[in-house]
Design a protein around this ligand. Sequence first.
Ligand SMILES: Cc1cc2nc3c(=O)[nH]c(=O)nc-3n(C[C@H](O)[C@H](O)[C@H](O)COP(=O)(O)O)c2cc1C
Length: 260
Amino acid sequence: MLQDGRVPHADDATTTAGGPTAGGPAASEPLPGGPAADDPTALDATTLDPAAMRAHYRDEGLSESDLAPDPFAQFALWFAQARASGLHEPNAMVCSTADERGRPSSRTVLLKKYDERGFVFFTNYGSRKGRELDANPYVSLLFPWHGIARQVIVSGTAERTGRDETVAYFRTRPHGSQLGAWASEQSSKVASRKELDAMFARLAERYPEGEDVPAPAQWGGYRVRPETVEFWQGRENRLHDRLRYSRTEDGGWTVARLCP
Ligand SMILES: Cc1cc2nc3c(=O)[nH]c(=O)nc-3n(C[C@H](O)[C@H](O)[C@H](O)COP(=O)(O)O)c2cc1C
């Protein structure tokens, strides 16, 4: 639902200049102003020109009086609406970290849990992001809900979840994903695809389907405790709504409106 009670949908946005709708055309639909999407080589230069892609965003706004008292409740509402809209993987978020010299890096991860304590994802602690978070816990999470002209940006600090929480989640993963967590020394170089597949095959032999796979010591969760959470709603004429919650010293939240 939108703040006014409607469920948002990609069709709520319209398109000009041969660009995509805010939700993007379905793979089987012909692109506006171009040939079928399954023959990308046949697209003309105008259709592919990013400067000419201009989605018009919806008119419904986000006002201070619509907001929930805290960002977790507001996130829960928008997350439910993103899910109801049919967006693919609304729990996918861009996680940005920086090394000790301040050099940033980003990647997509999946949100697996959220509550008043923060936003949780799981990964390999020895990965690039894991190493960067060890050196510098500041992190940004961005939910790119383009299909409904919204984005949410969380900024805060990450800390490892407890081992019990990691193990409890690991047990819920499909068997193949559990083996994959063992097989991949995430972010390190591997000589070939063959080597990776061979490692997986050895593990599948050691832990056949149905057998308990222990959680690797180097694998686990991070909980991001937000300092700020921004809710961005696309509006017409690029006059978007941006409302940002900031944590106060007494543990409450204040909200500020930012220029788009
Ligand atoms: C849709 C999507 C979801 C992903 N989810 C995760 C995830 O939950 N955890 C994870 O470690 N990597 C996930 N990845 C892979 C990461 O984007 C990334 O390649 C990997 O974590 C290594 O990143 P790093 O070398 O920067 O640490 C996902 C990738 C995509 C495209």
